[in-house]
Write a protein that binds this ligand. Structure first.
Ligand code: ATP
Length: 570
């Protein structure tokens, strides 16, 4: 097995855009991974499961240097090629592998060796770490053939370009181990949403359907959350959730999955699966004191509030707390938070995902001990009365909340799904969460940094389509909220292509953007353009799977899908 050429699989995968063909190629390969299930991570350009936040931490600059050293060419030559072709993978192939025999990942450079060295890279930190990383990458590249070098470089940069997203992995596992039909894909997906680890899912699939069905969520690990659909009228809410339904305030903070593992340790995760426990020692204390139970996973919204008035603060405040890694105690005093708990997924060693919502809520009421401005259960009431619900909605807005959530009483909890078990209703805010895919350097006062940003929605799992260019909304100075400088710093390591003052970046940084209206426009690849867009927040806790979809943009623009052009900057 060790001599299997993963590079051939990569090449075959990138040689087709057809989903079915890709699924066939990948499923055949996955069947051969017994004993080496972890190698499945390599298809997502990783060496760890998704719930593990470890990153290679390799900048474009370091890869440029490695290619230059391993290939015996000047750095300037690598950089000038990068400017014209924009893919360090191809450049590595060009400069490193020429004339070498293609063996990837074969005897000379086994998958095992590549995998281990990549893992080592992640663990290198502290003083002298850049040089040690450089050494390891050069070692890998010099023993690589051209194609091998291409994929190693791309993996390091988190930009594999073989067109494998979670959906394709799901289909390939389903196809490789089960007969079609019978909800197999859903089963694989639901197992993945619980464990966030493809190697784990692969092992279960090898053992058959029962194993997949019995997969458990684990306290202490992040998990995907259940998300609502948007409604504009109460009637729609009733149609989706039935009557009566539960109505709750929609709090405007950040979604936190709080968990107590079997050792009694408390951890906090965002919906992007990031571990933010260290940023919130105050919340850990509250949970220890106010929540009874040997082990649990609860779902909540953590909201910042004004110390004087007790009223909720806008998201920007809490966003600072998520990002801050130093002087945390000062910030806790300045920006206190309250935990609003609204669901439970696991309690005292047992998954409660399949309990009805109404019963999960009753369970919550038993083991959460509310404390003023520290922790409470979300304000809720059950009703089928339109008038009463609208009153509650108005009251929510009056107290400074965002709107209301309405929930189906007999629904189970389904991690990772945006299905009709929960709906949200709020005043039309005209904003979308979008990902930055490109940027431009500014001039004049803002020269030197990236100051205009191309923002994109998603279409399917992998395609990002631009909907506009936004230059306003960020702050000039850091202490006043998210600044241009901060976004620039986040984007610099993500640059994959440069041309004049334009850079193309890996889609990672998510921002909330408001706008005046949406127009149909051939200027951007989505076919739409946001008019007068403005960034309201950087969303450190949201991932690219959270952003607005093309369908949502189209719906908001009030247009049918009749645009036929795809012309973008990229
Ligand atoms: P929008 O995009 O409409 O501005 P949003 O970005 O918060 O809102 P969603 O992510 O679809 O949109 O809204 C769901 C979010 O609302 C949840 O992820 C959670 O963080 C938050 N929320 C606040 N209060 C509640 C509640 N009572 N029950 C469930 N979720 C809640």
């Amino acid at each position: 097995m060790d001599y299997v050429k993963i590079v051939d699989v990569y090449e075959e995968l990138s040689g087709t855009t057809k989903g079915l063909e890709k699924t066939k190629i990948l499923s055949e390969f996955l069947k051969k991974l017994k004993g080496n299930e972890e190698w499945i991570y390599l298809f997502r350009g990783r060496v760890f499961p998704d719930y593990d936040e470890s990153e290679f931490g390799i900048s474009t600059q370091l890869v440029i240097k490695s290619i230059s050293k391993a290939g015996g060419v000047s750095k300037d030559k690598v950089i000038s090629r990068l400017r014209s072709i924009g893919d360090l993978g191809e450049i590595a192939e060009e400069f490193i592998g020429k004339g070498k025999q293609e063996v990837l990942f074969s005897k000379k450079l086994s998958v095992k060796k590549v995998f281990e060295n990549l893992k080592k890279l992640v663990s290198i930190n502290g003083k002298g770490s850049v040089d040690r990383k450089l050494g390891l990458i050069i070692e890998l590249l010099t023993s690589a053939g051209g194609k091998e070098a291409k994929y190693i470089a791309r993996t390091l940069l988190n930009d594999l370009r073989v067109g494998v997203a979670d959906g394709l992995l799901r289909d390939s596992v389903a196809k490789g181990f089960f007969h079609d039909g019978d909800g197999v894909k859903e089963l694989v997906e639901s197992a993945y949403d619980k464990v966030n680890d493809w190697a784990h899912v692969l092992k279960l699939a090898q053992n058959g359907r029962k194993a997949l069905e019995s997969v458990k969520i684990v306290p202490g690990r992040p998990m995907k959350v259940m998300l609502p659909v948007k409604v504009t009228e109460l009637e729609e809410a009733f149609r989706i959730c039935g009557k009566p339904l539960a109505v709750e305030h929609k709090y405007d903070g950040f979604r936190a999955i709080i968990s107590k593992n079997y050792n009694g340790e408390i951890s906090l995760f965002t919906r992007k699966l990031d571990n933010v426990t260290n940023q919130f020692p105050d919340v850990v204390e509250i949970i220890k004191k106010q929540v009874k139970g040997k082990s649990f996973i609860i779902d909540s919204e953590i909201v910042g509030y004004d110390k004087k008035t007790g009223r909720p603060k806008p998201f920007e405040a809490i966003s600072q707390r998520i990002r801050r890694k130093y002087d945390i105690n000062d910030l806790i005093k300045k920006l206190p938070v309250e935990v609003n708990v609204f669901d439970v997924m696991f309690y005292n060693g047992e998954s409660v995902l399949d309990l009805k919502f109404i019963d999960r809520r009753k369970l919550l009421e038993k083991f959460i001990n509310p404390a003023s401005l520290k922790i409470r259960l979300s304000r809720q009431f059950i009703s089928s009365d339109e008038k009463e619900i609208l009153e509650f909605y108005k009251d929510a807005l009056k107290t400074g909340e965002e709107g209301v959530m309405m929930k189906k009483l007999d629904a189970p909890y389904r991690p990772g799904r945006r299905i009709g078990y929960i709906v949200k209703m709020k005043p039309d805010a005209k904003d979308f969460d979008l990902v930055i895919t490109g940027a431009e350097y500014g001039s004049g006062k803002r020269a030197g940094g990236l100051t205009s940003f191309y923002v994109a929605c998603k279409d399917g799992e992998k395609e990002f389509l631009e909907v506009g260019k936004v230059s306003s909304g960020l702050k000039e100075k850091e202490e006043m909220g998210t600044s241009y400088k901060e976004i620039d710093k986040l984007l610099q390591p993500l640059i994959i292509k440069e041309k004049d003052n334009y850079v193309k970046v890996k889609p990672k940084v998510v921002v909330s953007v408001t706008y005046q209206n949406i127009q149909k426009s051939p200027r951007y690849s989505s076919g739409f353009a946001l008019r007068f867009p403005r960034i309201t927040h950087y969303r450190p806790e949201r991932g690219i799977y959270d952003i607005a979809t093309l369908k949502e943009i189209g719906k908001e623009a009030g247009l049918e899908k009749s645009w036929g052009f795809k012309k973008g900057l990229s």
